[in-house]
Design a binder for this molecule. Structure first.
Ligand SMILES: Cc1ncc(COP(=O)(O)O)c(C=O)c1O
Length: 381
């Protein structure tokens, strides 16, 4: 099976571990198990009890405490509406693997996480792209979506909040998208890995609560700072989807692993505890990023509304890959080039690291811009 190289992941794989200031990371500052116990108030004696358990495959369809915990993140779902997976990466792949056949028509958006168009493309689906635009604050234009959908459309794939732009669709916008999907009986699959990481105190809607053919994908990585667990899920009221996913899952996953699901169950016993920590981080850090964008005359952006990432444009006449590679080697500041999203003269910042690392990283970007201007790199008109 041929598939296009995953540009963001290849970039991260090459440079992440050597970065001095990692402001490319998209997880909210990851926690240790010690921190997980401290933040959730879980009794560490539970770990000793876990150590007495025999390491079997565990619950094949997902540990009950983990699936119940996931349901706390939705308004209408029950544990049987949830399929557990290896991260959201596993969940996205699994949705396409379970539901999409050659020739199926799918709508996806750009920019977004590349899985959402390259995997269905690799399954020989007919993928139509709707482009998000800065003048629309990177929100999906309903007219453009309507124009792309045909009676053959099987699935509309979206990502809310969006990576890389941080755009957050409102409930009304989601309902409009769902209305368009309903007209042709299409699924709405939404990658919601940044859901609940809001800048305002508001409930962040899921397509799974709003539409019986809505499929929500999420994980423990970003919102709960536990990427090391490699756990994610697919959540939907659609029984056909659950059946297809469970059936395909027997072939490629079997179960997710007893320890990981046990620890995730602890994190989701009261999800508000980690969420409160992480919302405080993204709110404090976005204020820092915002002040930096305002202070640096050579950059601009559409301020993110949620999530952990922002797309920052610069006016220097340098391609994004050269800009990011040279900046990395010269200053240690690590961001993701726009060309990973098929965009130019921009880079993605992940602003949910420690505030010290964010500030130091942004200072290094300043230093690099000053250096390039002194070398005579022209500013685009
Ligand atoms: C939008 C989006 N979906 C999925 C993933 C994969 O996340 P996970 O660690 O849960 O596999 C990422 C990771 O960057 C992401 O940004």
């Amino acid at each position: 099976m041929k598939i296009r190289p995953f540009a963001v992941e290849e970039w991260m794989n090459e440079y992440e571990t050597g970065a001095k200031y990692n402001i490319a990371e998209t997880c909210v500052n990851s926690v240790s198990l010690d921190e997980l116990f401290a933040i959730t108030g879980a009794d560490r004696a539970g770990l000793d009890e876990f150590c007495t358990r025999r390491m079997t495959y565990g619950h094949i369809e997902g540990a009950p405490a983990f699936r119940e915990g996931i349901c706390r993140l939705y308004r209408t779902l029950k544990p049987e509406d949830v399929v557990t997976t290896h991260g959201a990466a596993g969940a996205n792949h699994h949705v396409f693997y379970s539901l999409i056949e050659p020739g199926d028509e799918i709508i996806s958006i750009m920019p977004t996480y590349q899985q959402l168009y390259s995997i269905p493309e690799s399954f020989r689906a007919d993928v139509r792209l709707v482009h998000l635009k800065p003048e629309n604050h990177y929100h999906i234009d309903a007219d453009e979506l309507r124009a792309a959908v045909t009676p053959r459309t099987k699935m509309i794939c979206i990502n809310n909040p969006n990576n890389p732009t941080g755009a957050l669709l409102t409930k009304e916008e989601l309902l409009t998208i769902i209305g368009i999907a309903k007209e042709v009986g299409a699924w709405v699959m939404c990658d919601e890995v940044y859901r609940h990481l809001t800048q305002k105190d508001e409930w962040c809607e899921s397509v799974a609560d709003l539409y019986d053919k809505g499929i929500s994908v999420s994980s423990m990585s970003k919102v709960f700072s536990l990427a090391g667990l490699r756990l994610g899920w697919i959540a939907t009221h659609d029984k056909e989807v659950i059946r297809a996913c469970l059936s395909h899952r027997d072939y490629n996953l079997v179960s997710c692993g007893m320890f990981d699901e046990w620890a995730a169950g602890i994190a989701l016993r009261d999800p508000e505890k980690l969420l409160a920590r992480n919302r405080a981080i993204v709110r404090e850090n976005l204020a820092v990023l915002d002040a930096w964008v305002a202070s640096q005359p050579h950059v601009s952006y559409v301020r993110p509304e949620a999530g952990t990432t922002a797309l920052v444009y610069y006016d220097l006449d340098l391609p994004s890959r050269a800009f990011c590679e040279e900046m990395y080697h010269a200053t240690g500041a690590f961001v993701t080039p726009g060309d990973c999203f098929e965009l130019e003269y921009c880079f993605r910042v992940g602003y949910a690291c420690s505030v010290q690392e964010l500030k130091a990283g942004l200072r290094a970007v300043d230093e690099y811009i000053t250096r390039k201007l002194a070398e005579g790199v022209p500013v685009r008109g």
